[in-house]
Write a protein that binds this ligand. Structure first.
Ligand code: AMP
Length: 544
């Protein structure tokens, strides 16, 4: 008997998948205009029958525009599944005490009803409002410090203050510190640097700062902090004074002495915040959180002891139907190819090869068919037959003037090199973004930096030249040599500029939990903020 007869189900499955692959076109990366517009008006026709209620989730694009994808009970259930799985693996390496607390910097944004009657909001907002979020706390027997009224408070500055206050109030009970993306932890601790005296005063007197407005949030916090705690306040105050003297190095273990680790997404576009996170975490391990998207969860970190730079994500094959488009870096001399990679035919998860780069394609239980996620991953190995992925970058080219092609990862590496010169002068890079100026001739790259600390202009001039010289893309190097691309410009923006950008995103309905600074922008509103806040400009002298 042949293999197919012995395994009739598998045989039919293979035929089914092949027909599916032949018959179903790809949905281009994050293209959903027609599809989601229909959903918003309530005209969805999903072939997947489901008894779950549909919601719509907002997804940010690299550019900062927002789009909508479906979110169902299944989405919340897979979130619970992956969180429990990841917690089990973490507890093997870093056991935590049962029944204690997690300091979670998590934020919901507003939900609203579409004309079709669907609830729309960010994926994290739906999740924090779901039954599964409560269940996660019960099943993992660890509880977030803040009540629901704080998480859904709406104003991220007020929510951050309350997270910090309650985190400090429960300081002995906190087992680990976490957020969805590392950015939120960094911004929370930078706000602690500014508000620690006020936080201590609230703990000392059992009060709540007048900066917190929503009555429900005030009541929920004060119901927890029922009595003044002067001894705890004095202890925290003493620690903060000591921390101030060492530029807040080791803030986490100092203020949360029982914390075992810091846990968040630290890969991809969060990599630039790692340095600051390490600084705040002192000797505590940083554990890189799992890989997913609003559309579907993808993989889990099975080896939490690995440093974030080496982390891989084991794909969970039951979360979606995964396909992989093999990607080959294009021949550097071939300028006719518009994209940054040459693609091969998509293959199923069972056929991927170690060392090969792929773009992920999803068919989800929420009704997305052959949906290109736009992420580039590399297969690093296997775990029981399922691939372990390295996250490489977002696929989209972000900086291009003519024949040059630089990705988010290229930009990150260049900025890392340029900013190394800052550390020698006791200054640090707070955040950055970029823009390809094709309006002024010759076109050129502009990199915007926000810096903390004083720094000499000669060093900044050096940083600028170093960054320009560090782009290794052949198209860029050739164009710079022939001056068809002009010298790179470094624009230094005033302190607080990236907070303004964050505010702008939040005002447009983003939630801090899912915020990622756009690393390259053509968004006119953002460019106006950046250019308005520019205080110094430098032009590269590389290739002079
Ligand atoms: P969103 O749907 O807005 O939450 O963003 C999902 C995107 O965030 C993914 O497509 C990735 O580009 C990025 N992302 C999510 N998890 C990770 C991770 N663990 N490492 C790197 N990037 C990630």
């Amino acid at each position: 008997m042949d293999w197919e007869h012995q395994n009739p189900r598998v045989g039919w499955l293979c035929i089914g998948i092949t027909l599916y692959q032949l018959g179903t076109p790809f949905i281009p990366c994050r293209f959903r205009a027609f599809y989601t517009e229909n959903c918003r008006w309530g005209h969805c026709s999903y072939t997947h029958s489901t008894t779950y209620n549909y919601s719509l989730s907002k997804v940010g694009t690299t550019e900062g525009r927002q789009k909508y994808v479906p979110f169902t009970r299944h989405s919340a259930q897979t979130t619970l599944q992956i969180f429990r799985l990841a917690a089990a693996y973490r507890s093997r390496v870093y056991p935590t005490r049962e029944g204690k607390r997690i300091l979670e910097f998590i934020y919901s944004s507003k939900q609203f009803k579409t004309k079709g009657g669907l609830t729309a909001g960010t994926a994290t907002t739906h999740y924090y409002a779901s039954q599964e979020f409560k269940l996660k706390q019960e099943k993992t027997n660890s509880f977030t410090c803040s009540p629901q009224e704080v998480i859904s408070g709406g104003d991220y500055k007020q929510t951050t203050y309350c997270h910090l206050l309650l985190g400090l109030f429960f300081s002995d009970q906190v087992e680990f510190v976490t957020s969805t993306f590392a950015y939120s932890i960094v911004q929370a601790f930078s706000s602690l640097e500014d508000h620690w005296q006020e936080l201590c005063s609230d703990i000392r007197q059992g009060t709540l700062s007048s900066r917190i407005n929503p009555p429900k949030m005030r009541k929920a916090v004060l119901d927890i902090m029922v009595s003044p705690n002067p001894s705890l306040a004095s202890k925290i105050e003493e620690s903060c004074k000591e921390l101030q003297r060492v530029d807040w190095f080791g803030l986490v273990p100092k203020l949360w002495p029982n914390a075992k680790y810091v846990y968040s997404i630290m890969t991809g576009s969060m990599q630039p915040y790692m340095k600051k996170l390490r600084h705040y975490s002192g000797n505590l391990p940083l554990v890189s959180a799992d890989y997913g998207s609003t559309e579907s969860w993808i993989g889990v970190n099975l080896d939490p002891s690995l440093p974030p730079e080496d982390v891989t994500f084991a794909v969970i094959p039951t979360f979606s139907y995964f396909e992989f488009i093999p990607l080959y870096r294009q021949n550097k001399d071939c300028n006719s190819v518009l994209d940054d990679f040459i693609e091969d035919a998509p293959i199923p998860l069972s056929q991927v090869k170690i060392g090969q780069e792929y773009e992920i394609v999803l068919t989800t239980f929420t009704g997305l068919y052959r949906y290109r996620l736009g992420d580039v991953v590399e297969v690093a190995g296997f775990h029981n037959g399922t691939p372990k992925l390295n996250f490489i970058c977002r696929r989209k080219l972000i900086l291009t003037v003519n024949i040059d092609k630089n990705t988010e990862k290229d930009l990150q590496m260049v900025v890392e090199r340029g900013s190394q010169l800052l550390s020698k002068s006791n200054a640090e890079l707070v955040d950055f973004t970029s823009h390809a100026d094709t309006v002024n001739q010759p076109g050129h790259y502009i990199i915007y930096w926000e810096i903390k600390g004083q720094i000499d202009d000669t060093i900044l001039q050096h940083c600028c030249t170093e960054m320009d010289a560090s782009f290794v893309d052949h198209g860029y190097v050739v164009s710079r040599r022939t001056t068809s691309i002009g010298p790179l410009e470094l624009r230094i923006v005033e302190s607080g500029t990236f907070k303004k950008i964050l505010d702008c995103f939040i005002a447009n309905g983003s939630a801090l939990s899912q915020f990622k600074t756009p690393r390259c922008t053509r968004n006119q509103v953002l460019l106006r903020i950046l250019n308005f806040c520019t205080i110094k400009t430098f032009r590269s002298r590389a290739y002079d």
